[in-house]
Design a protein around this ligand. Structure first.
Ligand SMILES: *Cc1c(COP(=O)(O)O)cnc(C)c1O
Length: 415
């Protein structure tokens, strides 16, 4: 098998079906014409699961809420990064997350999740899922099956666990969570009748530097708005995993109607051709940026994967096992508080002051008052989201120019 990088230009697309066009055209169409009534009937039988598909039979095109060539080619290429059976693309990362959780969590069940998770995910877990009688238990990095079981028992929830959900590295502090350990926690709640899937949000490091299915994840989710899209011009999401789980998720997607559009799928196909090159270059630049910040007298601490061994033996081991790079996301504590952080942010010229991440341009933001403004003071304190914390997403600018920009902005602090 070839490397995914080599397949991103052509996999799953036959130019001869599109006038020899080397790239897939945008199939900007809502519906597809059947050759005969019999063909239409056959396509629906497969699409609605009324009969098993013949091995040689391809799924017919019916209507763009069910399938579309741009969406299907993109889904096929996404599976290659982790060698998964199937993929599903959505109109946003939140659509991928919410559809997956609604499909896997029956009313009355319990979700175990890592903390902190992305703000939108946190809101969905704590303000939307309870409407369906679904409860949630936060688990902390390094927790064991026994401590999780003990806390579930306090609520009488031991028999209701339906899924485990983790986000690693955690946003914004890059704290690492062990996928294998999360899998063993999920497995501990399985019974003869009930599987407990492990879901991993892999937005920060995947799909190039982190492949959670290798460590037992059953489903891997993405905000494709971030590295996969990579140009700050599209909002999208994705899920990859076994054909069985993805089929369930796609079936719910059909009825929620939150599938990726032809144009957004086409944009993502274009982005995926350069995904590995972008991520590798961004990570190399980020390492230079992090080392510069670490040595700066106005910087108290840099939160970056390269320094995971200095944080704890546990995190160092996870870094070595789970990741093939330090990535391009970091955060740092500036000496002082909100005032100093804002002086720094207002002094940046090349870094753009914006939320989101993973794009070609470098971004900076203040988690405590922006991405994590919604988080309770108690949780902020627990997770190190302090007033002095600044988050950086390193892009494709020249490292010397980025460091010069940081230098200029740090000179503004306390000036
Ligand atoms: C941005 C983000 C999301 C949400 O994705 P959208 O595309 O904005 O809906 C989920 N998880 C993580 C880690 C993110 O960074």
């Amino acid at each position: 098998m070839r490397h995914p990088e080599s397949e991103m230009m052509s996999f799953g697309y036959d130019p001869q079906l599109s006038e020899g066009s080397i790239k897939p055209p945008i199939f900007q169409t809502s519906t597809f014409v059947f050759k005969t009534a019999e063909e239409g009937k056959r396509f629906f039988e497969v699409a609605y699961g009324l009969r098993e598909k013949d091995p040689a039979e391809s799924v017919g095109l019916i209507y763009s809420r069910l399938n579309n060539p741009n969406l299907e080619i993109l889904e096929d290429r996404l599976t290659l990064w982790e060698n998964c059976e199937a993929g599903a693309v959505f109109e946003s990362g939140m659509a991928a997350i919410s559809t997956t959780l609604l499909e896997l969590l029956p009313p009355g069940s319990v979700l175990i999740h890592s903390a902190p998770v992305y703000g939108g995910t946190d809101h969905f877990i704590h303000h939307v899922l309870p409407k369906y009688g679904i409860d949630a238990l936060a688990m902390y990095p390094g927790e064991t099956v026994d401590t999780v079981k003990g806390r579930l028992a306090e609520h009488g929830w031991e028999n209701r666990v339906a899924a485990v959900y983790i986000e690693t590295p955690a946003n914004p502090t890059t704290e690492l969570i062990c996928v294998k350990n999360a899998k063993s926690i999920a497995t501990a709640f399985e019974t003869g009748e009930k599987e407990v899937p492990l879901i991993v949000d892999n937005t920060y490091m995947g799909p190039v530097f982190s492949k959670p299915t290798q460590f037992g994840a059953d489903l891997v989710l993405y905000s494709a708005t971030k590295y996969i899209g990579g140009h700050s011009d599209v909002v999208a999401g994705a899920a990859v995993g076994s054909a069985e789980l993805i089929t369930r998720i796609k079936t719910l997607r059909t009825f929620l109607g939150n599938m990726g559009s032809p144009f957004n799928s086409w944009l993502l196909l274009r982005s995926m051709e350069t995904l590995a090159v972008r991520m590798e270059r961004q990570a190399a630049t980020a390492e230079a940026v992090a080392d510069y910040l670490k040595a700066h007298p106005k910087v108290e601490k840099v939160h970056y994967l390269k320094y995971a061994h200095e944080r704890s033996e546990r995190e160092g081991r996870i870094l070595d096992e789970q990741y093939s790079s330090f990535g391009a996301m970091m955060a740092f504590d500036i000496k002082g508080g909100e005032k100093q952080a804002f002086q720094f942010l207002n002094g940046l010229k090349l870094f753009k002051l914006a939320v989101s991440l993973g794009s070609t341009e470098s971004l900076a933001e203040h988690p405590a008052t922006m991405t994590h403004a919604d988080v309770s003071a108690e949780d902020k304190a627990k997770h190190g989201v302090s007033e002095k914390l600044v988050r950086l997403s390193v892009g494709l600018e020249h490292p010397e120019d980025l460091i010069a920009d940081l230098e200029g902005a740090l000179a503004q602090v306390g000036a």
